[in-house]
Design a protein around this ligand. Structure first.
Ligand code: SAH
Ligand code: SF4
Ligand code: F3S
Length: 429
């Protein structure tokens, strides 16, 4: 018997890529590959890439540069590039990096094993008619009490700065029956919390179901204690989804709801199709049904044309909302997007704004963490030990004094201390 072949996989980008990497590992597993953390032992290196900002894309080519000597020493080594850079650049990757064997776009992952078996270089960036999910193993390797489940992919929104509609294609929703049976299988393997994923997850419309209907059906699965979803778009927060936040205890009180900017002028230039008031009203409506909910958002600073007044409006918006967490980025012009045609804001101005925004958001996050002190929260243990660690209902990391705690237990914890990135407490039941 020969040893199993070894796969080293590196994942950049969003949770969707994390999910996809798990599916590719399973697909390659069916072809005799096991994963390794030691790149020097690998028979195949697979890089799952992100194209969202220039820096993210550049990482691929520096990784590929470092792989060149490895391939020279081990000519049988297969090198694969997956993800959004693969989709955007296709065969161009082979031209720039001839050591690559396989380039596979996100909609063709079910074809990966056969591409790896093929001789010579292979590129597949189709948007095939068949559904890759029908051909990919689903979560057989799920470990631990939390899991992602992709319910929707692609985006039809075309924000002026964003490559996702081009790299992931049009919005496609998976059928609810498939999702319910996959969720059943995950729960049977010990999963207690499922995060539904989609580039525009609340635009879900599989077989005419809304996301709220899907969430309600999932909440009926015995043993599934927590449900989350991301990323949602403000314009797709329908009434039934808001209502679900008010009356479904399994739906956790944390919502990532990106706004990008607080200036109406910039929102319009970004093609977001909502105003700051639309967003603030939406936040109020959700807080009315679920007062303790925490919000997070993404922000872009230095979008073309952004003035000091526009930026001040963003700072004002965050003051009004009070975020529990947030991600902020300096605008990066992406080839092929409408905003890339416009003149950039000076780099030093954009950098200075980013620092101001990040400092303000960090203060808010710290305040939200501190506000948990004295409160009782649910914590799902993801790691056991002298001090088990898990996430609170509000998605904050919590360390608990509970040496007998087991992974997968959902316990009640009183929070005693906080820092910017984690909480500490004692188990009370
Ligand atoms: N579908 C999600 C996620 C999109 S990508 C959504 O609509 O929010 C994640 C984040 O990256 C975006 O929310 C945005 O803040 C940021 N982003 C996207 N394109 C960018 C660009 N060209 N430059 C800087 N940040 C960008
Ligand atoms: Fe990109 Fe906008 Fe679609 Fe989000 S909604 S993926 S930011 S185009
Ligand atoms: Fe990046 Fe593609 Fe996700 S561009 S953020 S990996 S959808």
């Amino acid at each position: 018997m020969t040893d199993a072949k070894k796969l080293f996989i590196k994942t950049y980008g969003c949770q969707m890529n994390v999910y996809d990497s798990e599916r590719m590992v399973e697909a390659m597993g069916a072809d005799g590959y096991v994963t390794t953390d030691v790149i020097g032992d690998a028979d195949m290196v697979l890089i799952n890439t992100c194209h969202i900002r220039e820096k993210a894309s550049d990482k691929l080519f520096s990784d590929l540069g470092r792989l060149r000597p490895l391939k020279a020493a081990k000519p049988g080594l297969k090198i694969g590039v997956a993800g959004c850079v693969a989709q955007a650049e296709g065969a161009e990757i082979l031209r720039r990096a001839p050591q690559v064997d396989v380039v596979v776009g996100p909609q063709s992952y079910h074809r990966l094993p056969q591409m790896v078996r093929a001789k010579g270089q292979v590129v597949d960036t189709d948007f095939p008619a068949e559904d890759k999910f029908d051909h990919l193993p689903q979560g057989r390797g799920a470990k631990g009490p939390t899991a992602f489940l992709t319910v929707q992919e692609g985006c039809d929104k075309f924000c002026a700065f964003c490559v996702v509609p081009y790299t992931r294609g049009a919005e496609v929703s998976r059928p609810p029956v498939r999702l319910l049976s996959e969720a059943d299988a995950l729960v049977a393997r010990g999963v207690r919390e499922i995060t539904l994923l989609g580039q525009n997850v609340n635009a879900y419309h599989g077989d005419g179901w809304t996301l709220a209907r899907l969430i309600r059906a999932l909440a009926a699965i015995p043993g599934l204690q927590r449900i989350r979803y991301m990323t949602s778009h403000p314009n797709d927060m329908e009434d039934d989804l808001i209502a679900a936040h008010g009356d479904l205890p399994q739906l956790m009180p944390y919502l990532h709801l990106p706004v990008q900017s607080g200036s109406d002028r910039i929102l319009k230039a970004m093609n977001r199709k909502h105003t700051r008031d639309d967003y603030l009203r939406l936040i109020d409506r959700i807080r009315t049904v679920r007062p303790d909910i925490l919000f997070s958002s993404d922000f872009i600073v230095g979008f073309p044309g952004e003035t000091d007044t526009d930026f001040a409006a963003t700072l004002d918006l965050i003051d009004r909302v009070g975020y529990g967490a947030a991600y902020s980025f300096r605008y990066s012009a992406r080839p092929g997007t409408p905003a890339a045609e416009k003149p950039d804001v000076a780099a030093d101005v954009a950098d200075a704004r980013l620092q101001v925004l990040q400092a303000a958001l960090t203060r808010q996050q710290r305040a939200a963490q501190d506000a948990m002190i004295g409160r009782e929260v649910g914590v799902l243990y993801e790691k056991a030990g002298r001090q088990p660690v898990g996430k609170s209902d509000h998605l904050q990391a919590v360390h608990v004094d509970d040496p007998s705690g087991r992974v997968g237990e959902l316990v009640r914890v009183r929070i005693l201390a906080s820092s910017t990135n984690s909480l500490a407490g004692v188990r009370i039941s």
